[in-house]
Design a protein around this ligand. Structure first.
Ligand SMILES: Nc1nc2c(ncn2[C@@H]2O[C@H](COP(=O)(O)OP(=O)(O)OP(=O)(O)O)[C@@H](O)[C@H]2O)c(=O)[nH]1
Length: 714
């Protein structure tokens, strides 16, 4: 009690939670005494300390050491237990969940390493020795490091982002950005060509038109429309997938002769998903088969309420080929844009979207963008994805130089060091240095994401391998090679019938997956039916109570490979009469399994040849009125035993198998005839006459233990 009180006092004095249990008992006291000596806390004179004094001193040491540990907690502490295996980094107070991550295993594996004592992944392992034991069970070694702090994990974010959306008052009118979509062959390209040629070429600038991914059409009124020169779904979805939803209006081209087709519906669906208003261009009205009314009706049927039929969607009948009603179409677009009240903020750093990029033989890496915010100028420093540019030149679709490009306008940018991709967001940054840092950051992020994906793929591969392996085993079990693992309280099918072949139920526990797999693979080669080999359960980790129970139910044997068996478990096993066989060499374990199988096999009868005699001639004796044939023989090898079994063989065929009624040497009845001795043999069958040359084999039948013919290959 005095000790207990002393400990409690210590507890309050030192302000720490001392486990009283820790300080009691002979071992504890020895340990404390050792600690004191190690830290040179008392000299020879002080060795006369009684236990309570020593406890006090030790507690001081304990506290000091703990403080030092806490200070060092971020430094790596090498720990080299003698076990072999991969070294894993762990830290003090690691949780089971964290350990599972470190070991790259699932939590159940970790529970097993701790003998299933814990069941909460947040449980912290405070005792390093316990942790060491568990890691040893996993076949690895450990190194204690400082807990990876969240701070270390945090990466400094050096990236560029778009500004928050501008207020309405900052917006200035801008041209609508239009994408042309529709069913194949309904005239999208022809329409874009017509718009570009009629409007761009015929404009005051003149010049040669070229495909630049986006172009501007200016109406006589001065209003402009920017067309994305990449018709079709692919471009639209590529832009959307990269987060660049730059289209304001979709022009849905529907051929008046064909009407609504599959891709027309697809285009409608995509426009709806992007919440982009639709304007219909009913094309090919010049075609003799054109039926505008039918086309409009079809559009209504798929949910496009055209104006002519009382809806609010403008449908302009055009001929892209004959360039009919193109002005009407662009005016309708301007009207739609006005309804949308499209506006852009021309101030501040530039934000734009890449529509297309290419390498030009003379101009280098060029890309077409549509400006979304700010005003793009020569000399601007831009980043797009992992590409950067100092704008060397800005050009329009007819290669005219542009001094500045406000929101809603397209332009070609020269000066890229790398090629940006369609859909990339272009952002202006302050300096080339910053641009380089951003690119570096983004590249690092990309690399990290790639590694994570690769890691995930590797993990999936491993899991897939494990799954396949388990499926293979399940299949074998179903085929009857292995017995199914019992689930829950289901009563096991214990082999009680004496008619069937004997069986050996086994439970295999191994230190690591690799050895377990190797053992199971060898067991898998067993395919004899004279004794069934039933794999009742297997797993990685030590032998548990559960294993004992299962072994008891099945009357099986537990094989523990390279794993410890706790004394308690050993005692329980003894009580339950469950054999636990510990091995650390696979072939020895398999030899043991063989022995167990042999022990279960019923003994078998074997024949042993004692000797052989040859008939030299037959003579007869008279018994009463009967003449009895006698084989006059010579024992050629071994010996003949009177009470044994005799087989008479003539020309390779057994003509008699049975016992003798008399065996004589000269005139006397004998029990044994040795080799090279002549004798007269009388058999039970009195009607069989002997011939010279008949072979007589003397056999003794014996019952011997049976052995399995299983050859595991080593
Ligand atoms: N009669 C008539 N034919 C047209 C008109 N517009 C396009 N065509 C013809 O329709 C065919 C297809 O035209 P495209 O412009 O290539 O059609 P598209 O929708 O771009 O086709 P994809 O690019 O394959 O999806 C061509 O032979 C054009 O000449 C039109 O207004 N009238």
């Amino acid at each position: 009690m005095a000790l207990y009180a002393r400990c409690l006092k210590l507890q309050s004095t030192l302000g720490m939670n001392i486990s009283v249990r820790y300080f009691f008992g002979e071992t504890a006291v020895k340990r404390l005494s050792y600690t004191c000596r190690k830290y040179k806390l008392y000299n020879k004179g002080l060795q006369t300390f009684n236990h309570s004094n020593m406890l006090y001193t030790s507690a001081v040491v304990y506290k000091r050491r703990k403080t030092q540990e806490e200070r060092k907690s971020n430094r790596i502490i090498e720990y080299s237990p003698k076990a072999k295996g991969e070294v894993v980094d762990v830290w003090r107070d690691i949780t089971l969940g964290e350990l599972a991550k470190v070991l790259n295993k699932d939590i159940n594996y970790v529970y097993e390493l701790f003998l299933n004592v814990f069941s909460n992944p947040n449980t912290q392992i405070t005792d390093i020795k316990v942790l060491q034991q568990a890691i040893k069970r996993s076949g690895r070694r450990m190194r204690i490091i400082g807990k990876p702090s969240d701070e270390v994990e945090k990466t400094v974010i050096k990236d560029a982002f778009p500004r928050p959306p501008p207020s309405k008052s900052e917006l200035k009118p801008r041209p609508p950005v239009v994408t042309v979509m529709g069913h194949v062959d309904h005239g999208k390209t022809t329409l874009l060509d017509a718009l570009r040629n009629s409007r761009v070429v015929d404009q005051e600038f003149g010049g040669i038109t070229q495909h630049i991914g986006a172009f501007l059409v200016t109406l006589p009124s001065g209003a402009c429309v920017t067309f994305l020169d990449t018709p079709g779904h692919a471009a639209f979805s590529a832009m959307r997938a990269r987060g660049a939803n730059i289209t304001d209006i979709v022009v849905l081209v529907v051929a008046a002769d064909d009407g609504v087709m599959e891709q027309t519906i697809e285009s409608i669906r995509m426009a709806r998903q992007s919440k982009v208003p639709i304007l219909v261009a009913i094309n090919k009205i010049d075609s003799p088969k054109a039926d505008i009314a039918r086309t409009e009706k079809m559009l209504v049927e798929v949910g496009i309420q055209v104006e002519n039929l009382g809806g609010d969607v403008q449908a302009i009948p055009i001929s892209a080929l004959k360039r009919q009603n193109l002005d009407q179409l662009t005016e309708a677009l301007i009207l739609q844009a006005e309804l949308l009240e499209l506006g852009g903020d021309p101030t501040g750093p530039v934000e734009a979207a890449v529509v297309e990029s290419k390498v030009h033989p003379l101009r280098g890496k060029v890309c077409t963008v549509v400006v979304q915010r700010g005003t793009l100028k020569k000399g601007n420093i831009l980043v797009a994805g992992t590409a950067m540019a100092k704008v060397r030149a800005l050009k329009d679709a007819v290669s005219n130089p542009l001094s500045e490009v406000p929101p809603g306008y397209p332009a070609e940018i020269e000066g890229w060091r790398e090629l940006p991709q369609a859909g990339d967001q272009v952002l202006q940054v302050e300096s080339e240095k910053l641009a380089r840092e951003i690119i570096k950051f983004r590249e690092d992020q990309k690399q990290k994401e790639k590694s994570e994906i690769e890691l995930k793929a590797i993990e999936e591969k491993i899991q897939q391998h494990e799954r396949q392996y388990k499926e293979k085993l399940q299949l074998k079990r179903r085929l009857g090679r292995f017995r199914m693992k019992p689930e829950g309280p289901r009563k096991p099918e214990i082999q009680t019938d004496t008619d069937g072949p004997p069986s050996l139920p086994v439970i295999v526990k191994a230190d690591v997956d690799g050895s377990l797999e190797a053992i199971l693979d060898v067991l898998d080669t067993y395919d004899s039916s004279i004794c069934k080999l039933d794999l009742v359960h297997y797993g990685v980790g030590p032998v548990t109570e559960n294993d004992l129970e299962m072994a008891e139910m099945f009357q099986g044997v537990i094989y523990a490979f390279n794993v410890d068996v706790l004394t308690q478990i050993k005692q329980d096993a003894e009580q339950m009469e469950v054999p636990i066989k510990q091995h650390n060499v696979i072939y020895k374990l398999i030899d043991d399994v063989k022995e167990e199988i042999n022990a279960r096999l019923p003994p078998k009868e074997v024949e042993e040849e004692l000797g052989e005699a040859t008939v030299l001639q037959q003579f007869e004796i008279t018994q009463g009125k009967k003449k009895i044939p006698i084989a006059g023989c010579k024992c050629e090898r071994g010996f003949l035993k009177r009470t044994a079994l005799f087989r008479v063989i003539r020309k390779g065929e057994v003509i008699y198998e049975g016992h003798l009624t008399s065996m004589r040497h000269l005139k006397s009845e004998v029990d044994v005839i040795k080799a090279d001795t002549e004798c007269g043999l009388q058999i039970e069958d009195k009607n069989l006459s002997f011939e010279k040359g008949d072979r007589i084999i003397c056999i003794e039948k014996k019952v011997v233990p049976q052995k399995t013919d299983w050859d595991p290959g080593f």
